[in-house]
Ligand binder design. Structure first.
Ligand code: TXA
Ligand code: MG
Length: 326
């Protein structure tokens, strides 16, 4: 998108709000964020209050470019430099040892900090004007579906977040890949659009999955990204039968399927490509959730590497045993 004069006005308003210590809705290429000046403890506290997020869950700091890494990280290993060079601006978050003056509230008291340079012209324009980092989690209440449009943010927070920069629909649609480069072996903590083979092409072997000693990732809680409607993930051949069972039990059932509808069961159909599916997933879940059915049946995607990020989010959306926040 190109920035015009109307954008310049809205940008100025957003930057002024951030300088005042307010929280704004910020578009990124992955999902919308709830952003505040990462150096302003009172402003960051507002994010936690608005989201209802536990205080020990760290936030990602968004920066204008890789040159700012040293303002936030105490060490920048060559793997981090190479990844930033290859994928920034873009949907990749790097976990690094934190710089001594990063506020504890941002890192949840951990010794590491998550850093990302987003690939959205409005987000980048704000970051360049501000000359500080922006702490920004996804702009949804804790545990709920991430927003991929400005309207989603308004629906979620209404008047409590008066400034929402409208940057259109998010291109990627699911949250950034998180790679921990603070230890000896780089490790993917949250799968995303940028996958293991692409990372390995740049820095060599990369491990996958959080370990006991890995930093905390709230997106790794079992139940996350969750609709209110009871949600089940099922392979295609079982969808129709399960839907008919639900109907026999008097339940109002909806189906989210891939490429084709399931008989005459109402619902939504998403495209059979991980990119397109990822782009549309959260909007589809929100729309289906708003219909207040008794049950939502989701077709499980193919068990193929390029579907891992989508599968990860769907599994969490369907996990109906919320884990206690640590
Ligand atoms: O695409 C994204 O990453 C979006 C956009 C807005 O940038 N942001 C996002 O933020 O998804 P959030 O807060 O919803 O998820 C960030 C994840 C959380 O699970 C958090 O625990 C993890 O990043 N995280 C942040 N700092 C961390 C750290 N120092 N160590 C480990 N995990 C960290
Ligand atoms: Mg989130």
């Amino acid at each position: 998108m190109k920035l015009g004069s109307a954008d310049a006005e809205r940008l100025a308003e957003a930057v002024a709000a951030l300088r005042r210590g307010d929280v704004i809705g910020l578009p990124t290429e992955t999902v919308y964020g709830l952003a505040a000046d990462a150096r302003n403890v009172d402003a960051v506290e507002k994010i936690f209050r608005l989201k209802g997020r536990p205080a020990d869950h760290p936030l990602i700091v968004h920066i204008a470019d890789a040159a700012q890494l040293t303002q936030w990280a105490s060490e920048v290993p060559s793997a981090a430099e190479k990844l930033a060079q290859a994928f920034w601006p873009g949907p990749l978050t790097l976990i690094l040892k934190k710089h001594a003056n990063v506020p504890d509230i941002v890192t949840g008291g951990q010794g590491t900090v998550g850093l990302r340079c987003p690939a959205h012209p409005l987000a980048l324009a704000v970051l360049r004007q501000l000359e500080t980092g922006l702490a920004a989690p996804s702009a949804n209440r804790f545990g709920r579906i991430s927003p991929t449009s400005a309207q989603h943010v308004r629906d979620e927070f209404g008047d409590s977040v008066p400034v929402v920069l409208d940057g259109g629909e998010c291109e990627v649609g699911i949250e950034s890949t998180i790679v921990d480069v603070s230890g000896n072996v780089p490790r993917i903590l949250r799968p995303g659009h940028i996958r293991k083979p692409q990372l390995e092409a740049v820095i060599g072997p990369v491990a996958e999955g959080a370990q006991e000693q890995s930093p905390r990732v709230s997106g790794s809680l079992q139940s996350h990204y969750a609709p209110h409607t009871r949600t089940e993930l099922l392979p295609r051949p079982r969808l129709l039968e399960r839907a008919q069972d639900c109907l026999r039990n008097g339940e109002n059932v909806l189906v989210l399927s891939i490429a084709h509808a399931v008989g005459t069961i109402p619902g939504l159909v998403l495209a059979d490509s991980p990119e397109s599916y990822g782009h549309d997933l959260y909007a589809a879940l929100r729309e289906l959730d708003a219909r207040r059915a008794d049950r939502l049946l989701v077709e499980s995607p193919p068990l193929q590497p390029d579907w891992i990020a989508v599968l990860d989010r769907l599994s969490r959306a369907a996990a109906d045993t919320p884990e206690e926040a640590p």
